[in-house]
Design a protein around this ligand. Structure first.
Ligand code: GDP
Length: 443
């Protein structure tokens, strides 16, 4: 989402390199470039102005800290202010829950913003976090939207509310009552959206709010619509008192301006970001981590959370045991590739690693999703026996595997070489003298 902003900020910050201290003049120069970078990223003018003002004040006021050069100091300030303008450090819990269940979460937004999909993503997220959500279709004007929500609910493995009732307020009220009876502790209302904001829609939403007393009213904003998303988020907040925003389609070709501006302009925080059509393409929005990503400092914490969610711990443990016993086979290598793919696209993973922002383009030609898929195809073309014992792979079998996977023979050879290297490295790690050396180094 922020690739281009990130790259341009990097360039602006470089202009400070080689300076011995922060002065009004070199700060001004750097800020001019930062300003251009922000505006090109479609950041709201008012937000850019406030941000630059704060960075300038802080940069001029800093004591020269021992051990930090001017660029580092400036980056530190920019990081702090980026975090602050996007909402500060996120609270421990993204949502508030009612003291007496069920908690009602009302999802609002314009048609096509990704509201129904987001309802499913949120339900799945809550379920993973020990809640039992109920999805409620309240967009009675589009029968397809109701059916879509039932499908999404099934996909997320959560119940959805079915009724013959056609009045949105009545549907929501009855669903909340039923949730109370059945012990579903969060009710997610998928309300109607229109192409444009209008009074009729607002009145309907206000009536649902009055009838159901939601703890959270979440506006779903399409990041691709840039400043329009910011304006509608503001309008909905003014009329309904929304409590937060989910920014969708952050995977698309968006410059990130909305993510940057929404909190400052509307006063409501971005709580989650949707970055894909699948229900798992959903993560919490952490301004400080996002600021790190923008500055090319990576986001290892989010990467670890991703891994925790998607990788089976028992599998990982089993693999570790096999490594310790030096039994690493091609089968294990295959399951490693499968695990890697579960983390998401290579582009996404690389983007979260510190310092990789700038090198991403070069690296992507080496570690592409396609390449991982090719390697997996080669492994899949082997027989289970061969994956257990690579010595069975002679020239004839390698040619068959190449033909079976549609890859050239040299790629099969390359994969085997890589496997043997990994195996060798692992056996070295198991060697007691190697472990001693490592311990000595860390002491
Ligand atoms: P609604 O009209 O607001 O309920 O929107 P939908 O949930 O039907 O979504 C509209 C379209 O946007 C669908 O094709 C979704 O698959 C797609 N969509 C939703 N969220 C995302 C997202 O985070 N990324 C991408 N790329 N597409 C999304």
């Amino acid at each position: 989402m922020f690739e281009s902003l990130s790259e341009k900020l990097g360039r602006a910050l470089k202009s400070l390199a080689g300076q011995s201290r922060l002065t009004e003049k070199n700060i001004e120069e750097a800020l001019r470039e930062v300003r251009m970078a922000l505006l090109e990223a479609d950041v709201h003018v008012q937000v850019a102005r406030a941000f630059l003002q704060r960075v300038k004040e802080k940069a001029l006021g800093v004591e020269v800290l021992q051990g930090l050069n001017p660029t580092q100091q400036f980056i530190d300030i920019v990081h702090q202010e980026l975090t602050a303008i996007m909402g500060g450090v996120a609270p421990e819990q993204p949502l508030d829950f009612a003291s007496r269940p069920p908690t009602v979460v009302m999802m609002v937004g314009l048609q096509g913003s990704g509201k129904t999909t987001t309802c499913g993503k949120l339900a799945k997220y809550l379920k993973k976090n020990g809640r039992s959500p109920l999805l409620v279709p309240a967009d009675v004007y589009r029968p397809a939207a109701i059916e879509q929500l039932h499908v999404v609910a099934k996909d997320a493995g959560v119940p959805s509310y079915r009724t013959e009732e056609r009045r949105p307020v009545e549907i929501c009220k009855a669903a909340v009552a039923e949730a109370g009876l059945k012990g579903w502790d969060v009710v997610i209302l998928d309300t109607a959206g229109r192409l444009h904001l209008d009074e009729v829609l607002m009145d309907e939403l206000a009536a649902i709010k009055a009838a159901c007393g939601p703890t959270e009213i979440i506006f779903v904003a399409d990041a691709m619509t840039g400043q329009d998303a910011v304006r509608s988020a503001g309008a909905f907040h003014e009329k309904l008192g929304s409590t937060g925003v989910v920014l969708t389609k952050a995977d698309g070709d968006t410059r990130g301006g909305a993510a940057f501006s929404i909190k400052h302009i509307t006063g409501t925080p971005i709580k989650f970001v949707g970055a894909g059509e699948k229900l798992d393409d959903f993560e919490r929005f952490h301004p400080d981590r996002m600021a790190q990503r923008i500055l090319g400092m990576g986001d290892v914490l989010t990467l670890i959370e991703h891994a925790k969610d998607r990788i089976d711990e028992k599998d990982a443990e089993r693999m570790a045991q096999r490594l310790i016993k030096n039994q690493f086979t091609l089968d294990d290598m295959r399951s490693q590739f499968q695990q890697i793919q579960k983390l998401g696209s290579m582009q996404k993973i690389l983007g979260m690693l510190p310092g990789m922002g700038k090198m991403k383009d070069q690296l992507e030609t080496v570690v592409t999703d396609k390449r991982v898929k090719h390697l997996e195809a080669i492994l899949n073309s082997m027989t289970p026996k061969e994956r257990q014992n690579h010595n069975l792979l002679d020239g004839k079998r390698k040619r068959r595997i190449a033909a079976g996977s549609g890859r050239p023979v040299h790629e099969v050879n390359q994969l085997l070489k890589q496997y043997l290297q990994m195996k060798k490295m692992m056996s070295q790690m198991n060697n007691p003298s190697f472990m001693k050396r490592m311990q000595a180094m860390s002491n």
